[in-house]
Ligand binder design. Structure first.
Ligand code: ADP
Length: 263
């Protein structure tokens, strides 16, 4: 709600007309591991369950959320703030791609401008009656994600990794960052976990064996999902139809969010 205040005074205030019950950051060690895909799918899954969901695309230099939902309109504003775009199924989104004249232009802003933009997305956008907001974070654990962490009051963090990454290192960094900010890690998502052969049904571990269960146990957290390499899923995010995706990979993750972060 609008009166939400920060433990440290670093958090930006929400717009007076906004109401956001729970905020979940989706983080990854590097780009290209499927962070945006997981963010989009989680917002879709919880929206399907009747919750009002929203996505704040904080991945300013690699914004892929509008594309996943097929949104090409520019965001509009009024004297009270910026109005997010609403997807076909009613998910509110805000992204730098909704502000740029030409969405193919690269965003070559420096760190402070990037974090300033994200802060504005939080404080100047009118987020109406949102149950769950997902923040597609800038990849990595550097300065920019850290500033975002500090400026938005988060309720939980989801870590996305692929099997070929140094998952343990990424998880360790994310856990440290989360502890620093006093935000719980909700769990880990292993993306591109395996490929299921459409002919014989056998699961192939393209990127090698998974260590995600062991790592989750080591850090006292849980595995929320193991998402296969799925050409249909890729097609849905790459053609703007992520709201139509079919699959049960995100059900367990959504159950956990509903249990841990009740709205
Ligand atoms: P990030 O946000 O981490 O940079 P994206 O979510 O944009 O990564 O994904 C990068 C690319 O990989 C996209 O083209 C996406 O469609 C593809 N991709 C991600 N996850 C999967 C998956 N499980 N199966 C198939 N393609 C995937």
């Amino acid at each position: 709600c609008a009166s939400r205040t920060a433990p440290q005074d670093l958090h930006e205030k929400l717009n007076d007309l906004s109401s956001v019950k729970k905020v979940i950051a989706v983080v990854s060690g590097k780009g290209g591991v499927g962070k945006s895909l997981v963010t989009s799918a989680m917002a879709v899954e919880l929206n399907r369950r009747g919750h009002k969901t929203a996505i704040l695309d904080a991945d300013i230099t690699g914004p892929s959320i509008p594309k996943a939902f097929g949104i090409t309109e520019r965001a509009k504003g009024n004297e009270f703030g910026i109005i997010p775009e609403t997807t076909k199924t009613g998910i509110d989104i805000m992204s730098v791609n909704l502000l740029l004249e030409n969405t193919t232009d690269p965003v070559v802003w420096r760190g402070p401008v990037i974090s300033g933009t994200v802060k504005q997305f939080w404080s100047e956008v009118i987020w109406k009656d949102v149950d769950y907001m997902f923040v597609d974070m800038p990849p990595g654990t550097g300065d920019v994600p850290l500033t975002v962490f500090q400026s938005i009051p988060l309720d939980g963090i989801i870590v996305v990794a692929s099997p070929q990454e140094l998952v343990s290192m990424i998880v360790s960094k994310a856990v440290k960052m989360a502890e620093l900010m006093n935000v719980p890690i909700l769990g880990l998502v292993e993306n591109m976990s395996y490929f299921k052969c459409p002919d014989c049904g056998k699961e192939h571990k393209i990127f090698g064996d998974s260590h995600i269960d062991k790592i989750a146990a080591e850090y006292g957290t849980r595995v929320l999902a193991k998402v296969p390499i799925d050409p249909d899923l890729a097609k849905s995010v790459d053609t703007g139809t992520v709201e139509l995706f079919v699959g049960d990979w995100f059900e367990n993750a959504a159950n956990t969010i509903e249990d841990e972060l009740k709205v």
